[in-house]
Design a protein around this ligand. Structure first.
Ligand SMILES: NC(=O)c1ccc[n+]([C@@H]2O[C@H](COP(=O)([O-])OP(=O)(O)OC[C@H]3O[C@@H](n4cnc5c(N)ncnc54)[C@H](OP(=O)(O)O)[C@@H]3O)[C@@H](O)[C@H]2O)c1
Length: 351
């Protein structure tokens, strides 16, 4: 060991004996990150809602008994990260049974696309629950514990869609801008407690989540998002693992991702002198991207509405049973529809 270069030794040792909690760890980017860090010796706790997928991920990541040379373990816990009580219970249970959490990776999320005027208004709230509050609550539950220990690292997962608007993603994009605002604020609040913060801006990544999202995307969105390229989950997970190890505040992936990272850094840390020099060039390129998006949007509009040059909205649905407008109507509070809560018993499974 004495002859190994310092940087190599540090790189290979960083994740050994670390306990990393990954929300959304049963699929896609979260699962690949779990694979990356367990191979480097970390213990992971995967959190998601579906117990079967959690169990399958744990078996896939850790099929053998841990060997004497590696203390890496995979634990799973089923919880809905948009439920603050469930998240508090989960963090308390995990720290008590599996040990203090050194790194929290907030990766749970989902995306719904669609033309703004066609989206159900509830999907804006659902997307906030799925992508923003799933990152607020685990961070809030773990922050106090890390602050007491004066150590820890919190990773937020935004998106390239948290840096630039994307046509057809009006329910998703604001949630990822919100994550960015949260990460940038928590960065300052965490500093006095020696807690590091990283915010990741993944590009389109080949995951089950993206396949699901694409089935809801308008054709214009599909064409626009193709221009950013498609990355493998392994590539993105490696970039996240490297960024955390180097304590980077911002992790941007690919050429366009890096350009966007430089352009949208605002008043945040992490820009090199070279990045600062690139800003005017990157800014000068933006009219091209805007022009290209507008070209795709105009083309899509012409296909949707072939005989008109003015924007059209879908006609409001006529309710056949509604009373005539002239008749005075009594206002009644709509009954709150209670969704039955799924039983989220902790899956106390050590594999
Ligand atoms: N793939 C991309 O192109 C891309 C690009 C930019 C950003 N991102 C972001 O990267 C993250 C991971 O995306 P992905 O593509 O890897 O997605 P994915 O394959 O669909 O995985 C999502 C994971 O999150 C879990 N999850 C979802 N809602 C949850 C909740 N309320 N509570 C707990 N767990 C929940 C899912 O498990 P359960 O359903 O069982 O709960 C699953 O484990 C997301 O935040 C996404 O917005 C992805």
């Amino acid at each position: 060991m004495g002859i190994l270069p310092w940087s190599f030794r540090k790189r290979s040792d960083f994740y050994a004996d670390k306990h990393i909690l990954i929300t959304g760890g049963s699929s896609g980017i979260g699962k690949e990150l779990a694979r990356n860090v367990t191979e480097a010796g970390a213990t992971v706790t995967l959190v998601a809602r579906n117990k079967d997928r959690l169990r399958a991920a744990a078996l896939e990541l850790n099929p053998r008994e841990p060997s004497a040379s590696s203390s890496s373990r995979v634990y799973v816990y089923a919880a809905d990260c948009s439920d603050p009580k469930a998240v508090d219970d989960m963090v308390a249970f995990v720290e008590e049974h599996y040990g203090p959490i050194d790194i929290l990776v907030n990766c749970a999320g989902s995306a719904v696309g669609g033309y703004f005027e066609s989206l159900d208004p509830c999907s804006f709230q659902d997307q906030m629950n799925s992508n923003y509050f799933t990152q607020v609550f685990p961070t809030h539950a773990i922050f106090k514990r890390m602050a007491r220990r004066r150590a820890g690292h919190i990773v937020f997962t935004s998106s390239m869609a948290g840096q630039t608007p994307v046509f057809g993603q009006s329910a998703y994009v604001p949630t990822k801008y919100a994550v960015r605002g949260l990460a940038e604020t928590v960065y300052h609040e965490a500093k006095p407690y020696n807690i590091d913060v990283t915010v990741v801006y993944p590009p389109d990544t080949d995951t089950p989540g993206l396949h699901q999202e694409r089935s809801t995307m308008p054709p214009e969105t599909l064409e626009i998002s193709e221009s950013g390229g498609l990355f493998s989950a392994e590539h993105v997970a490696k970039a996240i693992a490297d960024g955390v190890r180097r304590k980077r505040f911002r992790v941007c992936i690919g050429f366009i991702g890096r350009l966007l990272g430089i352009l949208t850094a605002g008043v945040t840390p992490g820009l090199s002198l070279l990045d600062v020099l690139v800003i005017p060039i990157a800014r000068a390129l933006t009219p091209f991207f805007v022009w290209d998006q507008n070209r795709i949007i105009r083309k899509g509009h012409a296909i949707r509405f072939p005989n008109t040059s003015t924007p059209q909205c879908p006609k409001p649905q006529q309710n056949a049973q509604s009373e005539p407008r002239s008749k005075p109507q009594l206002h009644e509070e709509p009954q709150q529809k209670q969704e039955p809560k799924q039983n989220m018993e902790p899956l106390q499974q050590k594999l």
